[in-house]
Design a protein around this ligand. Structure first.
Ligand SMILES: Cc1ncc(COP(=O)(O)O)c(C=O)c1O
Length: 272
């Protein structure tokens, strides 16, 4: 089998041999950022938006990127050609870098990996069961590598027979650890939290769809019980209906018509 190539600081290396120093702040203190996008038929999906967010995250975390946007795009294009994985996920990680005192930001390491990622539309009908949990991501607008709370909650999610967790804080809805949330109300307005969440790229595409009444703002927790449809959005999952929250059914417990319509529009846009 052919090796899958990764890129470490501009150098192409088989992923099995890809390394960064143990003194890196990502390992020592969990300091770093990343972004993640898809390719469909070798074409990157929403690449410019992902690069915008990547550079914003890097800048916000005071991590210099040693490559220009064009250089990065060139590298990604060569990676896609070399690996020949038509449908994939590409992760660009920028670490805090090797740090002598284990605390000061060093020269960041840029790690790019690609792995197969195909979309199975059947997951839509199955939908999701969420459990709620009071938590605020520390730096919500930045895509940091910190998923501590989310990973720690995995066992509890299983015990609650849920699929994922929905964070809320100060009585308001936030997001799931890897997806944004939307509530379709009785009058067809579609609410999504605006503050203290990651600006998801899929969320951004949805908010741009014409003919829907999206409203981004603060959403009291209780709105969950009034919504006729709830769904989540992300690069990997596209749109998934939320059919249950804390053991309580959403609407009639089946994927709703607005959710389905948006899902179809998003799939058309992504060519999936
Ligand atoms: C905290 C958080 N919210 C939302 C999202 C969804 O963002 P996107 O649509 O860009 O995948 C992610 C993606 O991983 C995330 O980590």
């Amino acid at each position: 089998m052919n090796a899958i190539w990764s890129i470490i600081n501009g150098e192409f290396i088989p992923v099995q041999e890809a390394r960064i120093p143990v003194s890196d702040l990502a390992i020592q203190r969990g300091y770093g950022i990343f972004d993640f996008f898809k390719t469909v038929n070798e074409n990157p999906v929403f690449l410019e938006d992902h690069l915008d967010r990547f550079f914003n995250s890097a800048n916000a975390m005071q991590l210099p990127v040693r490559y220009s946007r064009d250089e990065l795009k060139q590298m990604l294009s060569v990676l896609i050609q070399k690996n020949q994985i038509p449908d994939s996920g590409i992760k660009i990680t920028l670490t805090g870098g090797a740090s002598e005192d284990g605390y000061t930001i060093g020269q960041p390491n840029l790690v790019i990996t690609q792995s197969p990622l195909s979309y199975n539309p059947a997951i839509f009908e199955k939908g999701l069961k969420l459990m709620t949990f009071e938590f605020q991501r520390q730096l919500p607008a930045i895509k940091t590598i910190d998923y501590l709370q989310a990973i720690l909650l995995q066992k509890s999610i299983l015990e609650h027979k849920a699929d994922d967790v929905l964070y809320y804080s100060q009585g308001e809805l936030r997001e799931c650890p890897r997806t944004n949330i939307f509530l379709v109300m009785a009058d067809d307005t579609i609410l999504t939290p605006e503050q203290n969440v990651l600006p998801g790229i899929t969320r951004k595409q949805l908010l741009g769809f014409k003919g829907f009444n999206f409203r981004a703002g603060s959403i009291p927790f209780e709105k969950l019980w009034e919504a006729k449809e709830i769904f989540i959005s992300s690069t990997t999952k596209l749109i998934l209906p939320v059919l249950e929250v804390d053991g309580q059914k959403t609407g009639n417990g089946e994927p709703g018509t607005v959710t389905r319509e948006l899902w179809k529009k998003l799939r058309d846009l992504e060519g999936i």
